[in-house]
Design a protein around this ligand. Structure first.
Ligand code: NDP
Ligand code: GDP
Length: 324
């Protein structure tokens, strides 16, 4: 039975990846940081099928111990401070988690067993102020946030451990991917939840920043398969994972209101740029995943419309259950 260790198993992607690996017959371990109130909501449904270990990306010893205790074949490093806006508020901590955390996991692999395969969750935020469109593996990076800068560090650390020590280390440059498990502070989930609450009469207005930025939004459940496929190849490499389409925040809003049959969405939405101001913005991202398609045989299954409808429907159910 192959064994995989996932850091960040309690986040959005972690549970989808765990479900996917379980379906492939893996024994799945998850590294979870100690919190006074455990945050296991997203893995509640598979809690009895995965084995959790205590560890923190800030603590080298705990990562090394987790890897030597579990002896995994594969490590998926999904843990990070992943919210771009928060990275200006906590730039040093973001660097510690999102950048140096990668070195800590790779150092643990190097010292415990350099044959362990490694996946790094890199990001389209590394392209930032884009120099060409669509963005592919060879596009120059120009990150626009402490988060993007930290991800560039993580990406090159992954490449460097591959080149220096021959570790099977892959960097997946994933474009934005969403789901009903997305954190509530991200714009897609803020919209799907706000629209559900408006539909149910629990909220009057949805206040957003600019409606103009465009993202290449896919479904998290589709993207985790690409992570696994990268580690299943003969050689380690880096891949862009994206849908190849992009849409504005405005389009997401329109479709979300359409999903609950509200036509006059402008009456409910306040677009206030100062409400969600970032010191530097990423206006436009769209990925070219032709390498992943060709080498991995991967392609997205969920359309943009299906994604929006799935998220709104899930939030309607959640908000109906949640009376407060
Ligand atoms: P989330 O923010 O939902 O999850 C992050 C996870 O990291 C959580 O489980 C969190 O645990 C954990 N974590 C944070 N800090 C630490 C720490 N110090 N030690 C151990 N665990 C920690 O992210 P996603 O699931 O959306 O994304 C997964 C990865 O992919 C991230 O690295 C993200 O930056 C990257 N990525 C995501 C994209 C997206 O669109 N979703 C796009 C491109 C890259 P806790 O529950 O305790 O907070
Ligand atoms: P990001 O692509 O990782 O930064 O994901 P987000 O979901 O946080 O933001 C996507 C885009 O939506 C960015 O350009 C934001 O500036 C923009 N945006 C507009 N209004 C909001 C808002 O109210 N919240 C968030 N999170 N983003 C917003």
């Amino acid at each position: 039975m192959p064994k995989a260790l996932i850091t960040g198993i309690t986040g959005q992607d972690g549970p989808y990846l765990a479900e996917f690996l379980l379906s492939k017959g893996y024994h799945v371990y998850g590294l979870v940081r100690r919190l006074s109130t455990p945050n296991l909501e997203n893995i509640h449904h598979i809690r009895d099928q995965v084995e959790l270990l205590s560890g923190d990306l800030l603590d080298q010893g705990s990562i090394t111990d987790a890897i030597s205790e579990t002896e995994p074949d594969e490590v998926y490093n999904l843990a990070a401070q992943s919210f771009v806006k928060a990275s200006w508020e906590q730039p040093v901590l973001t660097g510690e988690f999102t950048a140096l955390g990668v070195t800590r996991v790779l150092e643990a692999i190097r010292t415990v067993n350099p044959k362990i395969k490694f996946y790094q969750a890199s990001s389209s935020e590394m392209f930032g102020k884009v120099t060409e469109s669509p963005q592919k593996e060879t596009t120059r990076f120009h990150p626009r946030s402490p988060y993007g800068v930290a991800k560039v560090y993580g990406h090159y650390t992954t490449v460097n451990y591959r080149e220096s020590y021959g570790i099977f280390a892959c960097s997946g440059i994933l474009f934005n991917h969403e789901s009903p498990r997305r954190g509530i502070e991200f714009v897609t989930r803020k919209i799907s939840n706000g629209v559900a609450r408006i539909k149910l009469g629990k909220q009057k207005k949805l206040e957003l920043g600019s409606l103009e930025p465009k993202r290449d939004w896919g479904f998290s459940g589709d993207y985790v398969e690409a992570m696994w496929l990268m580690l299943a190849q003969d050689k380690p490499d880096d891949y862009v994972v994206a849908t190849g389409e992009n849409h504005s925040v405005r389009e997401f809003v329109e479709l979300a209101f359409e999903a609950v049959e509200i036509k006059n969405w402008e009456d409910f939405v306040i677009s206030n740029v100062s409400h969600h101001l970032r010191p530097a913005e990423v206006d436009y991202l769209v990925g070219d995943a032709s390498k992943a398609r060709k080498v991995l045989g991967w392609k997205p299954k969920t359309t943009f419309r299906q994604l929006v409808e799935m998220m709104v429907k899930a939030d309607l159910e959640l908000e109906k259950r949640n009376k407060t």
